[in-house]
Design a protein around this ligand. Sequence first.
Ligand code: NZQ
Ligand code: ZN
Length: 385
Amino acid sequence: MLNFTYYNPTRIVFGRDTIGQLSSLVPADARVLVLYGGASAEKTGTLAEVRSALSRHTFMEFGGIEPNPHVETLLQAVNKVREHRLDFLLAVGGGSVIDGGKFIAAAACHDGDALEILRTRGAAVTQALPLGAVLTLAATGSEMNCSGVVTHVASQSKLPFRHPLLFPRFSILDPQKTYTVPERQVANGVVDAFVHVAEQYLTVADAALAQERFAEGLMQSLIELGPQVQDKPRDYDVRANLMWVATMALNGVVGAGVTHDWSTHMIGHELTVLYGIDHARTLALVLPASLMLRRAGKRAKLLQYAERVWQLREGDEEARIEQAIELTRDFFERMGLPTRLSAYGLGDEAIDAVVAQLQAHGMTQLGERGEVVPALVRQILQAAR
Ligand code: NZQ
Ligand code: ZN
């Protein structure tokens, strides 16, 4: 097991009809900016619930935060914070709104060019406004971590950032709020959470028993919950379990003291910013091909994954590894996420463009050993055609 420091200050308020607790979770004297995305927050009645919970607070609203949130939009919210001396942010939505809130929280306290926050992947953050979240989509785990991903449209960059000051103070997780999430986004959430676990588990044998069994349990849960949430979209227990599994997939517990990969995510971000493909759908394209091409370096964990997650114990080891990777691909396809670039009409020109973007973003030695260099990225994407 590797050395680690585990720190997570986010208070989670979980369960039915919990949005009302905002009245006591948000400091009485706070001057709040409520952040949200497109039409769903209003249409689903969630914003109305938030407004009534904040009826004794001073608050303003800022909507229009895009999926894959745009820095250019977020900087308008920073102007609003400064103009009205607001001092508390409340993100109401999925990962895009919460990540946007984290960027606003940091940028509002940053002297100089806010892009410094992105260029330094968050290291430039010295101060941040307090942030709370009301989660409406189970996927990213942003509600309980200090990371975010935002898109600077002008430079066509979708970049990650993180800083301990960016943990939400609290996040309210009411599974009922996810009932209205479109099936496509529900499936995205299942696969995004699955790949988060894979990025922290399918690497090398770190002798981290608790983290590994926890990771295996989360993946097995997602394999069960994925089809269930499609069959029974209004089943509270299915939604509650999916919501908590997605949160636990990326709140630091599974990833503590183990070797991380994250190359699938970095390649995926470029596919999103270049071709507008949903985040999770880019991961479904990359992961199976990446595991196949890199299975030698991942052998021990792929065998453990095959046995503990897919119950493959008999027969030739190589065959078990390949079968586990194919079962993973089948799982993504059954959730409705294609695993081939051709499904998006993408071919060699896209491969060149993604490799060029990664090089432009200095991402030329990705993966747990830095072995995912541009040539290997090209091979992975060619294998994903
Ligand atoms: O725009 P509106 O109308 O609000 O609709 C949203 C959005 O279009 C809709 N939606 C959300 N909650 C809903 C709902 N529709 C009906 N009912 C509800 N209750 O869903 C659409 C997608 O929302 P979005 O927030 O973009 O999805 P998700 O939560 O998957 O977030 C994706 C973003 O998170 C980043 C991704 O890069 C992407 O930008 N990630 C954040 C991470 C983190 N902070 O740790 C890690 C992840 O790997 C990921 O990179
Ligand atoms: Zn993700």
